[in-house]
Structures are given as structure tokens and as C-alpha cells.
Write a protein that binds this ligand. Structure first.
Ligand code: TIU
Length: 225
């Protein structure tokens, strides 16, 4: 049976992809970005608006699992000894707590700490890949490329936070590596609504220069069609 699918309503034009060569990649849905007391808040952001996308991300993950499409999760976090945290990143901005400091959910953005883990509503099931990454992009300094090659994946469907930082960086990395990239536009958000809108516009401008966008409902329907 052919795995070819088309999302007619995708922007900027219909998105054709092979379901058998597709993975969903959920970027950084960690407590440190969406709950109070974590990294997002320490950078001065209101984290509550990011919580609103959890149902859409859950619907996308559920649809992918039902369709037999692999779900890959990422976490932005660092080693406890901070050996993968460049001083230029640690000292960025003027946060109330820096990466590695002790906060209400453990050490900020450190692997193994409660805050660096994925929110319970979107928790990976056994067998799903979880990629820990020290940068904003999920390809930099990780083995994501090797896993995608092993899985035979050529299309990536993106969700997660934040749209213009880790999601967009990873989409651009993937686009340059030859992947077809589709963003689930209601399953991603930013602390800044205008940055989300701008990121979505720039991704699909110039004939999908970075990738396509579609709604979660359209994507799930295509996966099951
Ligand atoms: N995951 C991710 O987007 N990391 C960030 O640091 N995002 C911000 O918007 N700060």
C-alpha cells in the first residue's frame, strides 16, 4: 500500500509526503519552558500561554502513534558538570537564575532534573526516542541524524516550543539536510505571539523556503487517510 499523502490545505501550497518515511518531532515540551519556576520564566517570560498548546500537541502525538508514525521528543538540557554549556550561553541575558542554578524544579535545564523533563501530559511512551540537546537546534551535537537515517525518515512534522527559537532553528537545520519539513501551526507557540506569527510567515514565504504549515487536525486526518 502506498504511503503517499497530500495535505491540500497546507500553506503555502499542498504538502505531499510519504507517511512510511515520516516522523513527528516534538521540540522541548519541558517543564522548564511551560511551568512556573523554570528556565522560561527566569528569562522574564510569561509561561502560561505555552500551556495552551498541550492539547494540540497531545492530539498530534496520539494521531502519529495510532498511524504507526514514530514520535521523537527533544529536550534542551545540559550535563550536570556543565561541560556542554558554553559560557556565552550561560551568561546570556540577565536571568534571575542561570542554567545550572538551583530553582523550584531542581537545577535549571540540567539533564535528570524534574524541570528539564517533559510535561506529564506529553510524556514519551517506552520505545520513543528522546534526544537531549545542548543547543537550540536538535541536530547540533546530537545523534538525531543517525537515528533518522536508520529509520529511513525523509519528512519531519514539527511541534513544540518555542516557535521562533528551538522549533525554527531545528526546522532550518533539517531543511538544509534535505528533509521535507511541516510545522503543526496550532501545536507550537512562543512567549511572543508576534514572533510566532513572523516565524510561521517566514517559514512558508518564498515558496516554502523553510517548510510548510498545516493544522494538527489536517495533519492527523492525512496520517489516517
Ligand atoms: N526550546 C526553546 O525554544 N528554548 C528557548 O530558549 N526558547 C526561548 O524562547 N527562550
Amino acid at each position: 500500500m502506498s504511503g503517499m499523502r497530500v495535505i491540500e490545505a497546507a500553506q503555502p501550497f499542498p504538502f505531499a509526503f510519504d507517511k512510511a518515511r515520516t516522523a513527528v518531532i516534538v521540540i522541548d515540551m519541558q517543564r522548564d519552558f511551560v511551568e512556573q519556576g523554570g528556565f522560561g520564566e527566569t528569562l522574564g517570560n510569561d509561561v502560561t500561554r505555552l500551556q495552551a498548546i498541550i492539547p494540540a500537541v497531545a492530539a498530534l502525538i496520539g494521531g502519529a502513534r495510532k498511524a504507526g508514525v514514530p514520535v521523537i521528543h527533544t529536550r534542551e538540557c545540559h550535563r550536570p558538570d556543565l561541560s556542554d554549556l558554553p559560557p556565552a550561553k550561560r551568561d546570556r541575558g540577565n536571568p534571575s537564575l542561570r542554567i545550572g542554578d538551583h530553582g523550584p524544579m531542581g537545577r535549571i535545564l540540567i539533564a535528570g532534573e524534574p524541570g528539564a523533563d517533559i510535561v506529564p501530559a506529553l510524556y514519551p511512551v517506552p520505545g520513543e526516542l528522546v534526544i537531549d540537546k545542548p543547543g537550540k537546534g536538535a541536530f547540533y551535537a546530537t545523534d538525531l541524524s543517525a537515528h533518522l537515517e536508520r529509520l529511513g525518515v525523509t519528512t519531519l512534522i514539527f511541534a513544540g516550543v518555542t516557535t521562533e527559537v528551538c522549533v525554527q532553528t531545528t526546522m532550518r537545520e533539517a531543511n538544509d539536510r534535505g528533509f521535507l519539513c511541516l510545522l503543526a501551526e496550532d501545536a507550537t507557540d512562543s512567549y511572543f505571539p508576534e514572533f510566532k506569527a513572523a516565524a510561521i510567515a517566514m517559514i512558508r514565504a518564498q515558496g516554502a523556503i523553510v517548510g510548510w504549515t498545516a493544522t494538527t487536525a489536517e495533519i492527523v486526518e492525512a496520517l489516517h487517510g
